[in-house]
Design a protein around this ligand. Sequence first.
Ligand SMILES: Cc1cc2nc3c(=O)[nH]c(=O)nc-3n(C[C@H](O)[C@H](O)[C@H](O)COP(=O)(O)OP(=O)(O)OC[C@H]3O[C@@H](n4cnc5c(N)ncnc54)[C@H](O)[C@@H]3O)c2cc1C
Length: 360
Amino acid sequence: MDSTSLPNRPTPARGGARLRIAIAGAGLLGRLLALQLARAGHDVEVFDPAADSAARGAAGWTAAGMLSPVAELESADDQVFAMGLRSLVLWPQVLAGLPQPVDLNQRGSLLLAHRGDEGAASRVVDLVRGKAPAEHAPQALAASDLADLEPDLRGAPHAWLLPHEGQIDTVQAMAALAAGALAAGAQFHWGQAVDSVAARSVQSGGRRIDVDWVFDVRGTGARPQLPVRGVRGEILHLHAPGVRLSRPIRLLHPRHRVYIVPRAGDRVLVGASEIESEDLSPISLRSTVELLAAAHSVLPGLAEARVVHTETNLRPALPDNLPVLATEPGLTQINGLFRHGWLIAPALVEQALHALETSA
Ligand SMILES: Cc1cc2nc3c(=O)[nH]c(=O)nc-3n(C[C@H](O)[C@H](O)[C@H](O)COP(=O)(O)OP(=O)(O)OC[C@H]3O[C@@H](n4cnc5c(N)ncnc54)[C@H](O)[C@@H]3O)c2cc1C
């Protein structure tokens, strides 16, 4: 690895050695690691089969970017909850100083339920209340409170505010993280897959590259070294001028998990299916009908919105649907972020860097 061509970098924190680091995967985790490691003064090389930094293969691009530690307690554990809260603190620090702006909304999120769906809704709300500390518990809203917060919402008489949740614009963030890492001195090798990883080396394109430390963050590409699978998710992008929505909405529905997420430029995202399949073909008619009908039922102003884009991708998941961070000397593997990548990545990366500092 030629470090002479790299820009001036700070001395690594706490007087530690400047390490040569290879990162396998330039998705959400790979970009965030590259940024933080290069900012910390290490020599970082990132390998990814994608054609360039804007090629949208990684799941990170497709994600709605809901930062929902409380609502996700329905399916996640205490560890994901704690990392989600920590990441809400870390995101503003990560984004500070990036060369491109990233929308980060921390105005909370809403849970909504239709009349007749009280059973499904109270199961989730009670479950979350039982798991979350009191200050994070869902706050029931009267109709007038809901109208003050989100005047365009209709048709869902049951509403709860989760005041400490948020959302991030994932497309802006993927671009800005790569640009920030590059500016901090990381090198990206696009079009270059890593075939296998080991402590202190990666195999790529038939050659072995020796380094001081390897981070394996290949998502579903980490097979067969990790038992990861892809879980299909489908999402729709709408252009909806005139529709007012200032925070993410989650509809508590007996059959579908539906969320509606506002984005800059009058965009609204509606997602997302969760299907045990690695089929990457376009969104199905059934998912389109179910997701859009549910969204329209609470936000009737969407009737004249235009469907401008649809996307399908795979969430990397391990058999227990929980994340793993495994460190041995010379190798860190992070995977299984499933539906929680944006929610927990900064906290996981913080833990990984701490483990690197103490064992490198
Ligand atoms: C529809 C949908 C909605 C979602 N919504 C949310 C949400 O609202 N909130 C949330 O927190 N999370 C959400 N997620 C989940 C989130 O996107 C993932 O958890 C996250 O992207 C995982 O990050 P990662 O870096 O592990 O994997 P990825 O982002 O998939 O990146 C993996 C990278 O590894 C690269 N790679 C693969 N094979 C190789 C190889 N052999 N060598 C080198 N590189 C390789 C890939 O090209 C890719 O760039 C959603 C996901 C989907 C699909």
